[in-house]
Design a protein around this ligand. Structure first.
Ligand code: AMP
Ligand code: ZN
Length: 310
């Protein structure tokens, strides 16, 4: 059994990520992390058979790279021998790039809101009990530090390996919670899993592409801090600091991420009362109209309207 599988199997068992009767939608982006999440979950069920059904789930964001990404995701699902469900944002009346321009928001922030919404709504409507993502240990550590620096302490409660849903919010699981990006890259290479070269054409956000950029920067011996592209430089700077700590004290990142989980556990579920519902679509929302509906309206309104916060 590969080292990463042993690690991920331990995470799945320790945090009870899978239970009999589960229908798990694995959100696959075409990138290496979600490919490894799908593959290790499948392997777990081969080694420890359970009454759990796995489906790969992909959101076509309508970008220039979408065609290539879709073929990669299809190849991955077929190799894993699981069903693949694809939704196209266009079918929901959303155009991510157009909405970003209309709302004068970064494409990555609009894209993130669209993905969060569809990753919850579509699997739930199709009978899923859980959604699994490819978030890994380095993502958790970087986001934790960014949240501390940004004074978003409450968000820590959502940073465990399993976020139990209430009402219309599905339970989210993160099987790669204790695995580093490097361990995942090695595994994906060793297994020869199909991965898109660039699932996202944008470089300004904390998307999968940012993580690839770090690997590129390292391979070229470029100082990560010198990559001046917004969030990426922050992501890279924190990652490179964490990697230095790990070099000096092997195992520290794993201990830190377990500490974050313990903190999240002690903070309890984010809120005991169910979130409000969007008055347009009925999905969970903190405001009267949810971010997704505002993005959909902006997609239809077109470019050049006044700034609006989403
Ligand atoms: P990212 O925010 O791009 O780092 O993605 C985080 C996780 O969200 C990935 O590991 C996937 O599990 C999921 N994800 C990202 N993009 C998509 C997509 N287009 N379709 C389905 N799942 C996605
Ligand atoms: Zn809505």
């Amino acid at each position: 059994m590969a080292g990463l599988e042993r690690l991920v199997f331990g995470t799945i068992r320790r945090y009870r990520l899978l239970e009999d009767g589960d229908v798990v939608y694995v959100a696959v982006s075409g990138g290496k992390d979600s490919a490894a999440a799908l593959w290790t979950l499948r392997r777990f069920l081969e080694v420890y058979p359970m009454d759990v059904r796995i489906t790969a789930f992909h959101i076509d964001l309508g970008f220039s790279t979408s065609g290539e990404t879709l073929s990669v995701v299809e190849a991955l699902a077929s190799r894993a021998d699981v069903d693949l469900e694809v939704v196209h944002v266009g079918d929901f009346g959303v155009d991510v790039e157009r909405a970003a321009a209309a709302l004068r928001r970064p494409v990555c922030s609009v894209c993130g809101a669209v993905k969060r919404y569809l990753m919850n709504r579509v699997p739930r409507e199709r009978g899923a009990t859980k959604v699994a993502t490819g978030h890994h240990m380095d993502d958790v550590l970087v986001n934790f530090i960014k949240n501390l620096a940004g004074n978003h302490l409450d968000w820590t409660s959502k940073m465990g390996p399993k976020l139990v849903g209430t009402g219309k919010l599905l339970t989210k699981i993160r099987p790669l919670y204790e695995a580093s990006s490097d361990e995942i890259s090695g595994y994906v290479r060793a297994m020869g899993l199909p991965v898109a070269k660039c699932p996202c054409p944008y470089t300004m956000g904390s998307c999968s592409y940012a993580k690839e950029t770090l690997e590129m920067a390292r391979a070229l011996s470029v100082r990560p801090g010198s990559v001046r592209t917004g969030h990426i430089s922050t992501y890279l700077a924190i990652r490179s600091g964490l990697d230095k700590m790990e070099e000096g004290t092997p195992g520290i990142k794993r201990r830190l991420v377990r500490g974050i989980h313990e903190l999240a556990r002690r903070m309890g579920t984010p809120s005991s009362r169910p979130p409000a519902q969007c008055s347009v679509c009925g999905e969970p929302s903190s405001g009267q109209i949810c971010a997704f509906c505002r993005i959909r309206m902006a997609s239809q309104r077109g470019i050049g309207k006044a700034t609006e916060k989403i």
